[in-house]
Ligand binder design. Structure first.
Ligand SMILES: [Fe+2]
Ligand SMILES: [Fe+2]
Length: 179
């Protein structure tokens, strides 16, 4: 039998899995500070919800010559931020936490802001700022997690990639609008 220095032996793994089964997906091999991860995820959840609301507002308020294609982009982003919010809420539950969906204090928990914007250009610019905030905060969270929670990290990496796409889309829109 070859040595497997990086893997815990099966017997220990099984014994550990049987203990604390009420913790669901959270096993003793989970080395990160779970409470901190849940707190960080709740901030990310608030951020995504604020982004949904802001994009929805922009979608409904978009008007002018170029409004239709831009509004379509706003709506698509709103829907994608909602998917992120759901993924994050799901992961919080898996980690034994509870998703904070309270409207009270939502903006304080969120990293991004809710700015309505008066014109199409302003809306796009505010969305771009928010995406850049999200990109930075996801990058930091991924760095914090390191290799301690690969599942959460993979989820965040997927979300981060999409926020980068969103930022790219918004830059393209600004260019198309000559701004
Ligand atoms: Fe998002
Ligand atoms: Fe986004």
């Amino acid at each position: 039998m070859p040595e497997r220095p990086f893997l815990t032996d099966i017997k220990t793994l099984r014994e550990r899995a049987r203990k604390h089964i009420e913790q669901g997906a959270v096993t003793e091999g989970y080395s990160t500070d779970r409470e901190t991860v849940i707190e960080l995820l709740n901030e990310a959840l608030a951020t995504e919800i604020v982004c949904v609301l802001r994009y929805k507002r922009h979608f409904f308020m978009a008007s002018g010559i170029n409004a239709q294609s831009v509004a379509g982009e706003f709506l698509q982003h709103a829907n994608e931020e909602q998917v992120h919010a759901d993924q994050i809420a799901q992961r919080i539950v898996q980690l034994g936490g509870s998703p904070n969906l309270s409207p009270e204090g939502l903006l304080d928990r969120s990293h991004s802001e809710y700015v309505e914007g008066d014109s199409l250009i302003e809306m796009i610019k505010e969305d771009l700022v928010a995406e850049r905030v999200a990109i930075d905060s996801y990058r930091e969270m991924i760095g914090y997690l390191g290799n301690d929670d690969p599942t959460t990290r993979r989820m965040l990496e997927g979300i981060l990639a999409m926020e980068e796409e969103h930022a790219d889309d918004l830059v393209s829109l600004l260019e198309e609008l000559g701004s």
